[in-house]
Design a protein around this ligand. Structure first.
Ligand SMILES: [Zn+2]
Length: 442
């Protein structure tokens, strides 16, 4: 692409951005080299947008340009829906400090803005949200606050003296019931306050902590269903994953990492239609930045840098310590990817999330691009990986107009300089993020 072409496309996008809401009532037509619409790839594609929604999409030969439409020529660009993460967190980090005490309008807004800069337009904050979440969730709904839209699970249902661990200083809104009856009350309190999903933790933290008993998690899952909500469960071990699926869990929130998954498990997942979200980045984050990969210097990564994080990444002692203790994390990443391959090969439903946002090294937005590449490493095609990160994750969250660019979908889209269906790392070539039919400032 010539500089002239980049310059004219930039001017076109800038003019649109400057016009902002004044043009929202008008019709905009995007012509792109290729479009991924959340399900399929269309060459020489056209998307027609009115009032922030897609009113037509398809091959240029089949979609007419409405009279008076504003045209944006993206003839050598790739267009895809804004991504959706079905398992992340917000508001937990300030500098290198982690904990629910950091949860504020400022930190949540900061994380949602960063997600959006990286092309993620809807975030399922899956637990460890402070009470303020319920207010912010109602506000961050339509792109008007300069960030990804906020969905989530409120505090979540954890174990007494167990997961989520005290070292993460979870907010007091995480409830830790001891009986089935209290588990139902906890779910009711979250449903009453307004949540999109119920989060449950079932993990003994490497044998270091008590695990939620089966009768307690079964009650929480059942009560979620009685309240019309899906139950997403944090697991680490295969035995627990089977237990929670048998108890009715709708979403497995992390990949199985203690042993290879077996046919019994993949059959359970498939027959019950359970979503599987591997979150490979959860363990990768422990060592990948200490390795100083080449992309650490890229502007795309540096958008996520803070002074505190940069100082840590450049601290020789921190790097040595992280790399010295990296072996268990590397093993977990390898097992997670292998198990994703097995679940995918067996026809399991796969959605997308990273657990980003819960520590300084699980970097909101950037982690999602690393995760896409893991999906391809696990044997998904790039289009399957993109589907997981768009339409499938929207489906997990019950969002019919997100993660897609078909008629009726919100015009939340990414303009890419390179084609991620050919090389998944091209997801990092984001040139513009559109919300509701208008490019937003990055
Ligand atoms: Zn999580």
């Amino acid at each position: 692409m010539s500089n002239q072409r980049i310059w004219s496309a930039t001017i076109a996008l800038t003019l649109l951005a400057a016009a902002g809401a004044a043009f929202a009532q008008d019709v905009t037509v995007l012509d792109a080299a290729r479009l991924f619409d959340g399900h399929a790839v269309i060459d020489k594609a056209r998307v027609v947008i009115r009032d922030g929604k897609v009113i037509a999409a398809g091959p240029q030969a089949a979609v007419a340009v409405p009279a008076g439409a504003r045209r944006v020529d993206l003839a050598d660009r790739f267009v895809m829906p804004g991504m959706v993460t079905a398992h992340s967190h917000v508001g937990m980090v300030q500098g290198l400090d982690v904990g629910g005490h950091n949860y504020s309008r400022q930190t949540v807004g900061r994380d949602l803005a960063q997600f959006q800069r990286y092309g993620v337009v809807a975030v399922n904050a899956l637990g460890m949200n402070a009470e303020l979440f319920h207010t912010l969730r109602r506000e961050w709904r339509d792109g008007a606050h300069g960030g990804a839209d906020l969905y989530g699970a409120g505090g979540g249902v954890g174990a007494v003296d167990g997961a989520p661990p005290a070292r993460m200083k979870p907010p007091g809104s995480v409830m830790r019931p001891t009986t089935p009856q209290d588990a139902r009350k906890a779910v009711d309190a979250m449903a009453d306050a307004g949540v999109d999903m119920i989060k449950v933790w079932v993990d003994d933290l490497n044998g270091q902590a008590p695990k939620m008993p089966p009768e307690v998690y079964a009650a929480a899952i059942d009560q979620a269903h009685r309240r019309g909500l899906k139950a997403a469960v944090h697991i680490h071990a295969l035995a627990d994953a089977k237990g929670v699926v048998r108890a009715g869990a709708d979403v497995i929130g992390h990949g199985v990492r203690d042993m290879p998954v077996d046919d019994e498990f993949t059959t359970l997942l498939r027959e019950r239609g359970v979503w599987y979200i591997p979150t490979v980045n959860i363990n990768e984050a422990e060592y990948i930045y200490a390795e100083h990969p080449q992309w650490l210097k890229d502007p795309f990564f540096r958008m996520a840098m803070t002074p505190a994080l940069e100082a840590q990444l450049n601290d020789a002692q921190w790097r040595k310590t992280a790399l010295d203790k990296a072996q268990p994390s590397r093993a977990a990443v390898s097992m997670n990817i292998d198990n994703l391959r097995r679940v995918h090969a067996a026809g399991g439903k796969i959605a997308f999330g990273t657990d980003s946002g819960v520590t300084p090294l699980r970097i909101p937005g950037f982690a999602e691009h690393l995760e896409l590449a893991h999906f391809v490493q696990a044997g998904l095609t790039p289009v399957e990986a993109l589907t997981a990160a768009t339409a499938s994750s929207a489906a997990v969250m019950g969002l019919k107009d997100r993660g897609c660019l078909q008629v009726g979908c919100r015009a939340d889209l990414l303009v890419l300089g390179a084609d991620p269906t050919l090389d998944i790392t091209a997801s990092r070539s984001i040139e513009a993020v559109w919300r509701n039919g208008v490019p937003v400032a990055r």
